[in-house]
Structures are given as C-alpha cells and as structure tokens.
Design a protein around this ligand. Sequence first.
Ligand SMILES: Cc1ncc(C[n+]2csc(CCOP(=O)(O)OP(=O)(O)O)c2C)c(N)n1
Ligand code: SF4
Ligand SMILES: [Mg+2]
Length: 351
Amino acid sequence: MSYRKPAFRHPGLPHNALGYTRHDYEGAVSTLCAGCGHDSISAAIVQSCFELDLPPHRLAKLSGIGCSSKTPTYFLGNSHGFNSVHGRMPSVLTGANLANRELIYLGVSGDGDSASIGLGQFAHSIRRGVNMVYIVENNGVYGLTKGQFSATADAGSASKKGTVNKDEPIDLIGLALQMGASFVARGFSGDKDQLVPLIKAALRHHGPAVIDCLSPCVTFNNHAGSTKSFDFIRDHNEAVNRPDFVPHKDEIVASVPPGEVREVVLHDGSVVRLRAQAEGYDVTDRDAAQAWLNQRRSAGEIVTGLIFADPSAEDLHDHLGTVPKPLNRLTDAELCPGSAALAGLNAGLRA
Ligand SMILES: Cc1ncc(C[n+]2csc(CCOP(=O)(O)OP(=O)(O)O)c2C)c(N)n1
Ligand code: SF4
Ligand SMILES: [Mg+2]
C-alpha cells in the first residue's frame, strides 16, 4: 500500500527551468522505518533531478527487491518505473536501455540485491557498458528480511544480537572498477552535500555510473559493533574529494586558486569540480584508484567521493553500433530494408 501526499503546495515554492517544483519529483509517502538512510538517498535523488531540470517523463527508474528497491515508489512519481525480481534489475534495465536509449536509466538496488543474488547481473551490466546510474543503497544487511548479514558486511562486524560475521566482504566499488565502470563513486546517506553532486554528475555521465551509497539500517544495523552504522561511518569517513557539479548550461563564475580544484569535463560539457582532500589523487587513473582504496581500507578508513571517472567512455550502444532511434519508433521500411540490403549483408558475412 502506498500513501499519496496532499496535492496542495505553497504557491511560493521555487520552480526550476521547466516550471516544476521539487514536489513534481517526489513520489508516495515512504513506508520505511523512520530514520532509514534510504529515505535520505531518495531525497538526494529528488533534489538532483529537480536542480538538473530533468523532465520526469525522460527518466526510467528500475529496482530489484528489498527496502532499498522499494524506494523508487517514494521518488519520481511522474517517471517510468519497473520493480523487478530480486537481483535481476540490471538485466531488465539493460533490455529497456537497448530498446530505448532516449531515456535516462536509474537503477536502485541494495547490497543484498546487488552483492548476493544479483552479483553476476551487477558485474555483467557494468562490463557491457550499459549507460545507467546504478545506486546501491548499502547497509550491510538484508533489511527487508530482518537484518541477516549481506555480502558487503565486514568480517568482524557484529549483528544486533552479537553474532560476529566471519566472511570477507565484497567491495562493490572495487568490483565496479575492475568491471570497467566509467564513473565510480561512494557516498553516504548522511552527507547530502557530497551525495547530491555525485548523483547529478552520474546522471550526466555517459556509460555505467556506479554509486555505492552507505545507507545505515536504523532498525537492524546501527549498533556498536556494526561497521555500517551512522556513528562508525562518520568516524571512519575519508573523503577523497568534495565534488561540486556545474551543469553545461551554467557559466562557471567562481574562480578557484589553481591546484586546489581538479575539473572533470563530462560528455555533455558539464563540469565536476573536485576539491581534493587526498593530495596527488588522480580521479582519472583506474589503477591508482584501486590501489588507493586498498591502502585506505587497510588503514581502517572508508573512502568516499568521486573515486574514478572516464568522461570519454563509450557505452553499450557505441559497442554494438545500434540505431539511435528507439526500437518502437522504427518504421517498416527501416525494419525491412529490402532484399538488396539483405544481399549486401550476406555478402559481407561471406567475405
Ligand atoms: C529470489 C528471492 N530470494 C530471496 C528473497 C527474499 N529477500 C527479499 S529482500 C532480500 C534482501 C534484501 O536486502 P538488500 O538488497 O540489501 O535490501 P535492504 O532491504 O537492505 O535495503 C531477500 C533475501 C526474494 N524476495 N526473492
Ligand atoms: S529495516 Fe532497515 S533498511 Fe529496511 S526500512 Fe527499516 S531501517 Fe530501512
Ligand atoms: Mg541491504
């Protein structure tokens, strides 16, 4: 069951360039536990899409199963949506994207959905280069089924009842880097100032953009002994940079002393300005990013921020050479170009 918000809104609410208010990017009232990190991520998605002036009908949100995967009901109520099967969001998103590349695809998943049952789907959608924003709302547990350890739970961390996890965690950021993701970031639901620019940049990125967003489960994994609690993440958060997103249409006005800010120009001309926190960190060096993650993890830190970006990356459509038009708009003549075209194709295969 979902609850609708009252339609009345204060007439003085700010409007974006499309004439929409933030309300036009919201969804139904959340039924998650009060204080759940996932609700903060939903709010960050709403803010990002509102500020980017995205037409809601141009967005498609897809998810699997879990508290995290329920959240698309609570944002972008005027967008396309598909709540798929546990761990299968990436293949449904891939199919939708291949059929219609004109939409902006936003995949929302959980650590159970992506690192356990859906690990293969997570990996393959990235290595194929699907143009999408893939947000994992990572709380280290299966929240929806009452708090079992997930595959991202750290070895040595304890459950609410005191059981200690002995298994090694899967680092989704490390895996995304290895699989070739062209935009890789880690955010924290408790740091909206960092998260919103990351989501905006990911929405403007061309290629697979993965955001591993730490998102504490206040009901089952927010106690002492957990490494995914609000307190633990705040104490161990090591931001590699502080991102600031400047859309293509906006003139860059602020002048920043050289050396303090690194600029990454995205495919569409938008700019991500990174206020470096870690000296000498190169956000465009995949191997260095991986080495940095390993090094900081050994030091007990959780690296957040924009970890890697390749603004010139290609996507699945570029690899396959597909037609730009959505498949349902292809005409009969385009679908059946005639026997001469078929003969040419066959001749090419014989050569
Ligand atoms: C095929 C299948 N197996 C198991 C389940 C039970 N199940 C539902 S949600 C879930 C895990 C959700 O964890 P996560 O993706 O981390 O989401 P969270 O609730 O923590 O946000 C499981 C195992 C299911 N729905 N379908
Ligand atoms: S059980 Fe945990 S993840 Fe699920 S809604 Fe409650 S706090 Fe959020
Ligand atoms: Mg989870």
